[in-house]
Design a protein around this ligand. Structure first.
Ligand SMILES: Nc1nc2c(ncn2[C@@H]2O[C@H](COP(=O)(O)OP(=O)(O)OP(=O)(O)O)[C@@H](O)[C@H]2O)c(=O)[nH]1
Ligand SMILES: [Mg+2]
Length: 331
């Protein structure tokens, strides 16, 4: 592998991790970039970060474009900072057509000016080269956690499957709704409703908050009655901060419920199981590429198979054997 100034040898990983753990923001930013860009040292870096994780509370904030998620993230960050907790923010796909994501960007710059060492925010600029957005976000969140942040806020627009996957990385998922959605609550992706631990009716300064609340309750009454946790509904006005204390209280209650009876550990094990699937797929595709089996070659095989000239089962058995014979990389 060709080395250049932007690459780190394995030996440099430990000092980098040591620095980011001491609160060195530049080291943190550099580590996140390495992970986000899937640099050759990314896995060694993640391995080195891993022992320092598991203590942060991960809060996912999802909802429709423009629902006020970033404004809410900003308010929650301030709330937790004032309570003496350190905060990391990951905003995924902030370039929604609604606001262009400029708002969080501006706040990040603002925060950087304030130079609060207990706060760090990052927007995911890329989708990650191989493993997809969900895996890249999980990796970035892990590095943030290793830097000692007490609270992680992960903002994502809850529309696609990828975004739902990201929200599911969190220990607690907030679904942000707004008045005026009316019957639209029902049209929300079922997947999004299912993962909500807490409903936030933001923009409650507008008419129609009652209606949205009724809609949610109607949906809840249809849901399974034996669910151990009934997601509470909290109204907020993110622009003024109204209701944010109540929201934080509801989050704390959920956290308590989660920590009881090992629910959090169980939930995290489920997360890891999904993540292991994604990691395994990614690793196998990476190896396949190294064996000259990129998309082009696969499409050539596919063309031959379509013409009946190649047996797909034999092909896959051969390929899988090749991939599994490879030695694991050292780090
Ligand atoms: N009236 C009112 N406006 C709000 C409230 N919260 C946010 N807004 C406004 O709604 C707009 C969108 O807010 P954002 O925080 O960027 O929303 P978002 O959900 O992060 O948007 P995307 O990331 O683009 O999907 C901004 O103009 C906010 O000022 C609220 O409680 N009441
Ligand atoms: Mg936003």
């Amino acid at each position: 592998m060709e080395s250049n100034a932007s690459q780190l040898s394995a030996l440099d990983i430990e000092p980098l991790v040591a620095r980011l753990r001491q609160g060195d923001t530049r080291a943190l930013a550099r580590a996140i970039s390495l992970v986000e860009n899937d640099a050759p040292q990314a896995h060694a870096l993640l391995s080195a970060c891993f022992p320092h994780t598991g203590h942060a509370l991960r809060i996912g904030i999802t909802g429709a474009p423009g629902a006020g998620k970033s404004t809410l993230v900003d308010r929650l960050s301030r709330h937790y900072r004032e309570a003496g907790k350190t905060v990391g923010v990951v905003a995924v796909d902030p370039s929604s057509p609604f606001t262009g994501g400029a708002i969080l960007g501006d706040r990040i710059r603002l925060q950087e000016r304030i130079a609060d060492p207990g706060f760090y925010a990052r927007s995911m600029a890329t989708r990650g080269s191989l493993g997809g957005l969900a895996l890249a976000t999980a990796d970035v969140a892990l590095v943030l956690e290793a830097s000692g942040k007490d609270i992680l806020l992960i903002e994502t627009v809850g529309v696609g499957q990828d975004e739902i996957e990201i929200a599911r990385l969190a220990d607690i998922v907030l679904l942000v709704l707004v008045p005026g959605m009316g019957d639209d609550v029902q049209s929300l992706k079922a997947g999004v409703m299912e993962i909500a631990d807490l409903y936030v009716i933001n923009k409650s300064d507008r008419d129609g908050a009652d209606r949205v609340e009724q809609e949610i309750r109607a949906l809840q009454s249809l849901a399974s009655t034996h669910a151990a946790w009934t997601p509470p509904i909290v109204r907020t006005v993110a622009t003024t901060g109204e209701g944010v204390d109540r929201l934080a209280q509801a989050i704390a209650q959920m956290e308590q419920w989660l920590t009881a009876e090992h629910r959090l550990t169980h939930r995290r094990a489920q997360h890891w199981q999904r993540r292991l699937h994604a990691m395994l797929r990614t690793e196998l595709m990476r190896r396949a590429r190294r064996h000259g089996l990129g998309e082009n070659q696969l499409s050539e095989h596919a063309a031959r198979i379509a013409k009946g000239r190649e047996d797909p089962w034999q092909l896959v058995a051969q390929l899988a054997q090749k991939l599994f014979e490879e030695q694991p990389p050292e780090h």
